[in-house]
Write a protein that binds this ligand. Sequence first.
Ligand code: BGC
Length: 764
Amino acid sequence: MEKWARFRFTPCLPMGADGKRITGSAEHIALSREAAAEGMVLLKNENGLLPLKGGQRIAVFGKAQYDYVKGGGGSGDVTVSYVRNIYDGLKIKEAEGKIEVYAGLIDFYRTEIEKQYADGKYKGLTSEPELPSELLDRAAAYTDTAVITICRFSGEGWDRKGEPGDGDFYLSAAEERMVNDVLSRFKNIIVVINAGAQTDSEWYHSNDRISSVLYAWQGGMEGGLAIADILCGDVNPSGKLADTFAKRFSDYPSSESFNESDNYVKYYEDIYVGYRYFETVSDAYDRVNYPFGFGLSYTSFDISDIRVHEDSGSIKISAAVTNTGAMSGKEVVQVYYSAPQGRLGKPALELGAFKKTDLLAPGETRRVFMEMPVEFMASYDDLGKIQHSAYMLEKGSYRFYIGNSVRNTVKADFEYIVPEDVITEQLTRRAAPSKLEKRMLSDGSFESMPSFESCTERTAPMASDASAPAEKAMLIDVFEGKLTLDEFMKQLTDDEVIGLLYGQPNTGVADTSGMGNLEKYGIPNVMTADGPAGLRIVPDRGVTTTAFPCATLLACSWDPELIYRIGVAGAKEAKENNIGIWLTPAMNIHRNPLCGRNFEYFSEDPLITGKMAAAKVRGIQSQHIAASAKHLCANNKEVDRYESDSIVSERALREIYLKGFEICVKESQPWTVMSSYNLINGTRASENYDIITGILRDEWDFKGMVTTDWVNHADETKEILAGNDIKMPFGFHDSVRESLNEGRLTRADLEVCAKRLLEMIMKL
Ligand code: BGC
């Protein structure tokens, strides 16, 4: 009752200890810094150059030390009271006597970058200034150890570039000159990359002169401090890649078709996304610099005594992890399975389970336990090669590989034998493509695809036979069990019901609108706010919040418990600011490095994506704040996202692009899901009955409410029929009214959607 009162009367009470505000509190910012260091990935550390030791002198190059990018732009941005850049972090370590930093360089970069900001350049989109040679001389006279910093920014509504010299995926010409200058004058070279997604790794991977590389992602408001923590060894890195780092941009199988058209994207590579491609297709294997799951530590680990067995339909795995080095650290144990090729064809390896250890002291051993349901290894037969529209465990031997990256594993003794093909789930065809001519097979060749007809079979909802209460009832009466929601609905006029189906005016600090707002019946106007890296409140509202690291970094922590804590912290900030629906987690798949919003999404792998999202949702909803898992689905490109048709096989949809959502929904039931802007095989996501009702609700048993993405181009009547309940941030009342008058919609159609909204509101 108390929880609900908050949203009825919207008091904005400080929620921290001793009457202090918790929003942007020291406690939450400390969590942000802790998380940042957990997900940064040490890619290279030859000669043990890192951690820096004993008052080591360093010279720091690159504008990124000052122009640090905390996260991406658009709705995934967060308004903060400050950001600590890389130089800030290193200065603190200097004050602690751990290192000495050459001061002349920061003066140069600060002046140059401030000038560019004054000229209107956006943070993170400045150009690398030309380094004066006297400065280089002076820095080289000071020390033989250089840190090169590189940053990247991307945002909503645009995609990144992937051409050599572009200063985006690749280094710009000015950056290359800076790198070469540094290489020519310094003996020891460390590289720090501050980006939200993959960038070119070949320049440091193939260069023996560069000893150490920290892929620091976009680490939130104290990301610069977390970088310094790792460089100086105050934190031992434990992040592991959740995306494959290929040699060149063109090596990703989706690169060729990524920019083929503004109107569509054809997912020819099918299920062979990320490591599923590089580990499977033979000539792709050598085109990887840093494999999925890879990340170094300042200590070493031994994974031994691996035990795998099957018990009651689950594969159970355990392994002993020993810290064999000299520094405390954490290791991530990863379990990959290899399913028989059979008739459907399979990736060589697929992630089945994972577990990050606690901090292990040198010499300490800890046993970790993991499990996965046997059906998780099934593949979807969308062409009826064995059984149409069924998840199949094909006959043969299923093998297990355990290690600390997809390429550093040990094969377990145990094999799971399936004597005959088994159907694990018989489904029906949903959202199949009519325009995908071909798709990739496991040997890298392509098979041609038939053209499927749409298969929507909509069942119209039955009108409830409840009758209106004798006296006017309020929503609190439903909450208190005095009448049913069906009875409550009966007292609302058609126009009142229609009014519940779209966004409502902003109140308080919100700018993304509210839902509900029928005061007459005590239905509060519940505000929404973004986003994945923290609660986003626009600057003019005067409230700053905590910016957590970007989702790509969080995925590299491989630590769902950490993400749960971020969910709890962000939800408390939402609650304190009278926001009821936090528009996160964003969980589209990293199909290609260039998608402008990859920083908001977790990984190329659906299991990590699903587990991280599920953990965040659990954290958020433990605070009685609604999470909104977004964007359902196949929203993997930003340019022309309102009109772009994602043309993709049903198998790839189910095994890759929907799988993360499926895991999240089944594990943690988000109270809301947000449909995406794009079309899926010719039908707009929010009008897509197959996806929203057929799969999300009927197959996965999703109990919550579905909202559109903001200001989409879809038709509200079709959305209601598809099961998309709410149109945001506003709707088209008259057009829905007309559909009702003309019989395209029934009162029951409207009530179903409105009831889902009210059920959600009563959970807050
Ligand atoms: C984004 C969503 C976001 C919404 C509200 C849209 O442009 O795609 O992710 O939640 O705006 O800001």
